[in-house]
Design a protein. Structure first.
Length: 155
């Protein structure tokens, strides 16, 4: 069966228009969340432990080899002098110490430059918006813990 490209484009155009509309709304929501966080004057950097995105793993999976994966962590940080929601790429290297399958390891390395969330790709903004409730809950716990440490140290 042959597909006529001209018949497909009207549906693509309609879906692209829909995607752009809801994406604009998502960007407004992310910007509002970011503004509220900045206005709180928290001044603490925080990175969500669970990655919002994982690239495919690269490497072999035998006992003696390692595999690498680039993940993106959602956070709140100062980027280029401005506090914002951001994404930090982390390169994970997994393997077994000296080939011993009972001794797995994971090393974490910087995977590149931290990027303000609102400047990230649409895909990353979408998954970050989905993770936002968990991120905000854990960020709140981090802030509470920091306040307790300060209170304890000050007494």
């Amino acid at each position: 069966m042959e597909i006529n490209v001209d018949d497909v484009f009207p549906a693509l155009e309609a879906q692209a228009e829909r995607l752009n509309k809801v994406s604009d709304e998502a960007n407004k929501k992310l910007a509002a969340i970011e503004k509220r966080l900045v206005d709180l004057n928290i001044g603490l950097e925080y990175w969500h432990e669970r990655p919002v995105h994982r690239d495919d793993s690269v490497g072999t999976f035998s006992r003696d080899d390692t595999r690498e994966q680039l993940v993106q962590l959602l956070g709140f940080a100062r980027v280029d002098g401005t506090w914002c929601l951001a994404l930090k790429p982390i390169r994970l290297v997994n393997g077994f110490f000296e080939g011993d399958s009972s001794a797995p390891f994971q090393n974490r390395y910087s995977g590149g430059k931290v990027v303000p969330l609102l400047q990230a790709s649409r895909d990353l903004r979408i998954v970050s918006l989905d993770a936002m409730p968990h991120f905000l809950t854990e960020f709140n716990e981090h802030i509470q813990s920091a306040a307790e440490v300060i209170e304890k140290a000050a007494t």
